[in-house]
Ligand binder design. Structure first.
Ligand code: C2O
Ligand code: CU
Length: 471
């Protein structure tokens, strides 16, 4: 569908880059200095400048919401003002945050009711690419456009010529541009989740990214879709993976310049621009049957410099713990069951409730973790450990669908299939294909109640959620 859109508009040098320094670095902000972020309705030209506008919900009425930007170690202060017709909250995805600021409505806070506010105030322990979104009726609220990036700058500037954020989103649109109202339907909940029919980058149809030869570009990719897994390919360039889910990794080349982003996950790539001026290179997403162009690097002006830069050094580490006590780890298998075409589904059908928690949309139960369907804030935790305990979780996916499990308040290692060695990166969201088992390990060093759930938001709403206690 993206391919049908021939009109491309120049994106100003500030593509996705209305940088908001939340607080002046030196001024000591008084208690009154909160930046208000208003959740409200707005409109966006998702279908291109000449197409019909789409009514959306967004932070400050825009999609994506404003980029919040601060430096590692800074404190940020955000006042959520709810001008929606539903209660809402903000979760700061990937931030190793203080528990009371995590935004998990029903578990760590009461939601902000319509017309009300909630104040978030916390320090940023890690540099990297993070994001924020509601943690309340999120399958509808995130899908309608409530999400934005939280970029935390490294203490020392990173040597790149351009730093460009690309928020990838998947919309289910009617021909006239309206968002399809099919929220909370059983079919999406029990299958792959709400897949759309139309992709945008930074809320736009196929934006162009001006580059110059021999520039080094940092691309910050976020998959903000409810459910679509997005294989992203940068054509005609080598892409080097610098960070995953916000955390720096030892740089490695992306195989075929392609990275797979599951919903909620981020990837920071470095790309050395190497084509001639006047040429261009599309950025593609694999939609299953075909690859579609979602954005395009276009070469403008003269080369930036005569030769490319030397290979990039790794991004500075956020100093996550190097060692884990795997020998004495707390180990738990978290069995994923349910969904269409499963036996489990039959039992669950009898448990589905006709109305949701807030009398909003019908709620269905379609998925379980260790036999239990939950919204992630029932009285009992999935497990409970002492602070500092190493935890190893294994997730056998006995369903017919992929799931991507997200853990709040912690980053984790992705363990090897055969033994407890780990891959050279940290994640906050892990993709588990049908019939496969993935294992993760982390030190539960952040006290509080933390959610663990599938980030395919219809699956989360239909039971694939739980919480664990660190204390
Ligand atoms: Cu990005 Cu619990 O979510
Ligand atoms: Cu899922």
């Amino acid at each position: 569908m993206i391919g049908c859109i021939s009109r491309r508009h120049f994106v100003s040098a500030g593509l996705g880059f209305s940088l908001i320094h939340l607080l002046p670095r030196h001024a000591s902000a008084g208690p009154a200095e909160f930046r208000t972020l208003t959740a409200k309705s707005g409109s966006a030209s998702l279908l291109g400048k000449d197409g019909p506008r789409t009514e959306i919900w967004g932070y400050d009425g825009t999609v994506p919401g404003p980029i919040l930007r601060a430096r590692r170690g800074d404190e940020i202060r955000i006042r959520l003002l709810n001008q929606l017709t539903q209660p809402t909250s903000i979760h700061w995805h990937g931030i190793r945050i203080e528990n009371s600021m995590d935004g998990a409505a029903g578990l760590t806070q009461k939601p902000a009711e319509p017309g009300k506010t909630f104040d978030y105030r916390f320090t940023l322990p890690d540099a990297g690419t993070y994001w924020y979104h509601p943690h309340m009726l999120s399958s509808e609220q995130v899908d309608r456009g409530l999400h934005g990036l939280l970029i935390v700058d490294e203490a020392e500037p990173v040597e790149v010529d351009q730093d460009i954020a690309l928020v990838l989103d998947d919309w289910r649109l009617e021909k006239d541009g309206r968002i399809h109202e099919s929220f909370g339907n059983f079919h999406d909940a029990a299958h792959q989740g709400r897949y759309g029919n139309y992709l945008t980058v930074n809320g736009q149809a196929t934006p162009e990214i001006p580059v110059r030869k021999n520039e080094r570009i940092r691309l910050r990719l976020l998959n903000a879709a409810n459910a679509r897994i997005m294989p992203v390919r940068i054509t005609e360039h080598e892409a080097t993976v610098m960070a995953l889910d916000g955390q720096p990794t030892l740089p490695f080349p992306a195989e075929n310049s392609r990275v797979v982003l599951s919903p909620g996950s981020r990837c920071d790539l470095f790309i050395d621009a190497k084509l001639k001026s006047g040429t261009s290179a599309p950025i593609m997403i694999d939609m299953g049957r075909e690859e579609v162009e979602i954005a395009r690097l276009i070469y403008v002006a003269e080369p930036k410099r005569v030769a490319p830069l030397p290979p990039a050094r790794p991004l500075p580490s956020n100093a996550l713990p190097e060692r884990m006590d795997l020998v004495n780890a707390f180990r738990l298998e978290v069995l994923m069951e349910g969904g269409a075409m499963s036996m489990k589904m039959r039992d669950l059908m009898t448990q589905s409730r006709p109305q949701g928690t807030h009398g909003h949309a019908p709620r269905f139960i379609a998925w379980t973790l260790n036999g239990k369907a939950s919204e992630g804030h029932d009285p009992d935790p999935l497990f409970s450990v002492k602070r500092g305990q190493t935890v190893v979780l294994s997730f056998p996916n006995e369903t017919r669908f992929p799931h991507n499990i997200h853990i709040h308040g912690h980053h984790f290692r992705h363990l090897d299939d055969r033994d407890d060695s780990w891959k050279p990166y940290w994640l906050d969201t892990v993709l588990i294909l049908p019939g496969k088992t993935e294992r993760i390990a982390f030190i539960a060093d952040n006290p509080g109640k933390w959610m663990i759930h599938c980030h395919m938001l219809e699956h989360q709403a239909a039971g694939m959620a739980a919480w664990f206690k660190v204390g």
